[in-house]
Ligand binder design. Structure first.
Ligand SMILES: Cc1cc2nc3c(=O)[nH]c(=O)nc-3n(C[C@H](O)[C@H](O)[C@H](O)COP(=O)(O)OP(=O)(O)OC[C@H]3O[C@@H](n4cnc5c(N)ncnc54)[C@H](O)[C@@H]3O)c2cc1C
Length: 283
């Protein structure tokens, strides 16, 4: 069976759900696909999201799902989009259960983190080994707060954290043997036999775009994100990108829940404008 929509969204994280809300409020027939590999899934507490201090990321998504029920134009499909292609009259998306036809597409499909290959990092990721000082640093002050990184990233993140803690040990990944949970939060065992005890440690997330669908559609993408303009438009007409999967104008802009939601809203507003142009014969 083929279902037809004015807009499809791939990704039901903060970017995709905010876009769905905006499109629902503009009565745009929208389908949202999501296979539930949320970037912050390993964190039990969300920080720096106004009004949601200390909440679980899943609580925000659950509230969004409940809110979207008021907009019958929005359908959520908990499935993975496997492929996408153009068929002359629009885009065809294939999921395990059906084929879906959409006039417009928003990619809000997030990124994967290529974590440092240090034993213990994966187990503590999102708990006491973290990517973003804006999201979790404050909760661990006054520290000590460690940084396992080098180069420009270590300088930037270390500088930020020295505003929260007077003790910010910085260690290069090559010098670290392993990390483990400890009474202080995290213990960093070093190759030279030493160890650092800290409340938490920050590492570079090394985010990688999930580009399968973008590649299917021949959309221009860099390792740090799909290229977009100020309205979220990609290099391909009719396809937008938002959230972590979209390249930020400056890498110092945090990849976070609020910035993902903001870009989801921006892209959805432009999608709604495009629907209006076509409806009124102005495009
Ligand atoms: C450990 C950790 C903790 C974090 N903590 C915070 C925090 O406290 N506060 C904060 O503001 N930010 C935090 N962040 C950042 C935040 O999680 C991201 O910026 C935010 O989730 C980005 O939202 P998104 O909608 O772009 O992507 P995501 O939330 O990752 O959602 C993308 C969704 O798209 C789905 N998807 C991908 N491809 C397909 C497909 N082909 N078909 C169907 N579905 C697909 C994925 O499965 C996923 O469900 C944290 C990040 C990490 C790594």
């Amino acid at each position: 069976m083929t279902w037809k929509y004015q807009a499809a969204i791939i990704g039901g994280g903060p970017a995709g759900l905010q876009a769905a809300l905006t499109l629902g409020r503009m009565h745009v027939e929208t389908v949202v696909f999501d296979d539930g590999r949320y970037r912050n899934a390993s964190s039990s507490v969300m920080g720096n999201v106004l009004g949601w201090a200390g909440a679980e990321p899943a609580a925000l998504r659950a509230a969004a799902h409940e809110e979207l029920v008021a907009y019958p134009w929005v359908r959520r499909v908990p499935e993975r989009v496997e492929t996408a292609r153009e068929d002359g009259s629009g885009l065809v998306l294939v999921t395990p259960s059906a084929q879906w036809s959409a006039e417009r597409l928003l990619l809000a499909s997030g990124v994967d983190d290529a974590l440092l290959p240090i034993p213990g990092v994966r187990e503590l990721w999102g708990d006491t080994v973290l990517p973003c000082p804006y999201c979790h640093g404050h909760e661990f002050a006054p520290g000590p707060i460690a940084v396992i990184s080098d180069g420009g990233h270590a300088e930037h993140v270390g500088g930020l954290l020295r505003g929260l803690s007077s003790s910010v040990p910085v260690v290069a990944p090559a010098d670290v043997l392993s990390v483990s949970r400890s009474a202080t939060g995290v213990r960093i065992d070093l190759r030279d036999g030493g160890a650092i005890e800290a409340a938490c440690a920050f590492i570079p997330p090394n985010a990688r775009v999930r580009s399968g669908i973008a590649d299917d559609l021949g959309i221009r993408s860099a390792p740090e994100g799909i290229e977009i303009d100020a309205l979220g438009r990609t290099s391909r007409a009719g396809v937008w990108a938002a959230g972590d999967v979209a390249k930020r104008v400056d890498s110092r802009i945090p990849a976070a829940v609020v910035t993902a939601m903001a870009s989801g809203l921006t892209a959805a507003a432009d999608i709604a404008a495009s629907v209006a142009l076509v409806r009124d014969g102005r495009s």
